[in-house]
Design a protein around this ligand. Structure first.
Ligand code: PMP
Length: 449
């Protein structure tokens, strides 16, 4: 296995460096962002005040020539690196062959090859099938449709701190009101919320947290009304919450005993992000259905539901699909990205990045008691900011640190139900030097606040 040559990612012209030639936004970006304010609604907000013109390896370059260190990967999408040469070549070749037929009208091999790859790569050696869609939310919606059709039951169990998307059903499934749900109801019915395992805040063992969740499900919903339990193996938007050992296996076991479909939302955790191809592997679970998107296609919009063949086949012909689902260019990009994930050392690179992140962030925590928790797996790792005396979430400090990092040319993202988590989702193509420099900037911001 060779690790990818980061200098070749994104083209040789893209220097792998942090370079600020203006304050952010520079004049050209400011001009473009002013047009955004006029042309695009305020609801579509942004956190980094630049207009991007190029990206690759570990950097994003803006319209003024500023080069920012990318510790966000466009929210965990460009995992193998932005504009990866293999993906770019596959996209160009496919675009020259055909751009669309609609898979429901005239099928094509690229879609089928992606389905075969996902059936092979997802956890579980049982027979599987895969359907393709356009976004993470659409994949989750379809997983719910499939589970309801298979079981003939209505209820879906989602969890505290869960995030599943912005469509009507996935808003209902998502826990956090602001900004995702506020004012957008009424929401879809038959969605119930169970308590999560959040070791830093609840102090429960996995078994205790699972017993608490199962009691809520049994008493407030009932197993015989429950089609599916839907959960992110590690909560993404909710704060990179890693459940205590044993929590997920106990929930899966309860699902199996009660004929309930267990759906893992691996939209953010999937595709090498956590150091294994899927996070479920690290918790020793084999989901019945698994929803994926984001990292799957190197930046093109593609999503999937993969699962047990008998569950996936419960739906009548014509019940699943969509005009663009499994677009051939997105599928060609996915096949190239999957090749990189499997053959270019991506799992090892995610593990290395995880080790580096934990080392640096643990050292920061030792020196600064406002970092209450360092958690995550691989290249999906975060710090939770608190008031050191009360452990109360400190969203103001979190926002100030993130803003200071961005102003210094380091793209960091925040998350968490309480808005007090900075998450690190670097592309795996980032060099150690650039990652360390980005973390130096975070440390300096922390020291200055
Ligand atoms: N599920 C999870 C776990 C996610 O992190 C996201 C996106 N952040 C989604 C679903 C929704 O994906 P999309 O934005 O592609 O609809």
């Amino acid at each position: 296995m060779t690790l990818i040559d980061v200098t070749s990612v994104g083209g040789p012209a893209l220097a792998q460096e942090r370079r600020l030639v203006t304050a952010l936004p520079g004049p050209r970006s400011a001009e473009i962002l002013a047009r955004k304010a006029d042309a695009v609604p305020t609801g579509v907000a942004h956190t980094v005040p630049i207009a991007a013109v190029a990206a690759g390896g570990g950097v994003v370059v803006d319209a003024d020539g500023n080069s920012l260190i990318d510790l966000g990967s466009g929210i965990a999408v460009t995992t193998i690196g932005n504009a990866h040469p293999k993906v770019a070549a596959a996209i160009a070749a496919q675009a020259a062959r055909f751009t669309h037929t609609c898979f429901m009208i005239s099928p094509y091999e690229e879609y089928i090859a992606v389905a075969e790859a996902l059936n092979r790569l997802t956890p579980g050696s049982f027979a599987k099938k895969t359907a393709l869609f356009n976004s993470g939310a659409e994949a989750v919606e379809n997983a719910v449709k499939i589970a309801r059709k298979h079981t003939g039951r209505p209820a879906i169990i989602a969890f505290e701190h869960g995030y599943h998307g912005r469509t009507n059903l996935t808003m209902a499934l998502t826990a956090k009101a602001m900004p995702y749900k506020s004012g957008f109801g009424p929401f879809a019915p038959e969605v119930y919320r169970a308590p999560l395992s959040y070791p830093f805040r609840d102090g429960l063992s996995g078994a205790e947290a699972a017993a608490r969740a199962i009691a809520v499900i049994e008493k407030q919903v009932g197993a015989d009304s429950t089609a599916a339990v839907l959960i992110e193996p590690i909560q993404g938007e909710g704060g990179f919450i890693v459940p205590a050992d044993g929590f997920l296996p106990a929930i899966v076991e309860w699902c199996r005993a009660n004929g309930v479909v267990f759906i893992a939302d691996e939209v953010q955790t999937g595709f090498a992000r956590t150091g294994t191809m899927f996070a479920s592997e690290q918790f020793g679970i084999e989901p019945d259905l698994i929803a994926t998107a984001k990292g799957i296609a190197g930046g093109l919009p593609l999503a999937a539901v993969t699962g047990r063949a008998e569950i996936m086949d419960a739906t009548h012909a014509g019940g699943l699909g969509g005009t663009y689902g499994g677009n051939p260019i997105a599928c060609a990009a996915a096949l190239a990205a999957i090749d990189v994930f499997e053959n270019d050392g991506m799992l090892q690179r995610a593990q290395q990045i995880g080790t580096l992140l934990h080392l640096r962030l643990n050292a920061l925590q030792v020196a600064d008691s406002r970092i209450g928790d360092v958690r995550g797996r691989g290249a999906m790792t975060a710090i939770e900011f608190v008031d050191p005396t009360t452990n109360a979430p400190d969203a103001a400090l979190t926002a100030a640190i993130a803003k200071a990092c961005i102003a210094q040319g380091v793209i960091v993202l925040t998350c968490g139900t309480f808005g007090n988590v900075i998450r690190f989702l670097p592309p795996l193509a980032i060099s150690d030097d650039l990652l360390n420099e980005g973390l130096d900037v975070v440390a300096a911001a922390l020291a200055a606040h």
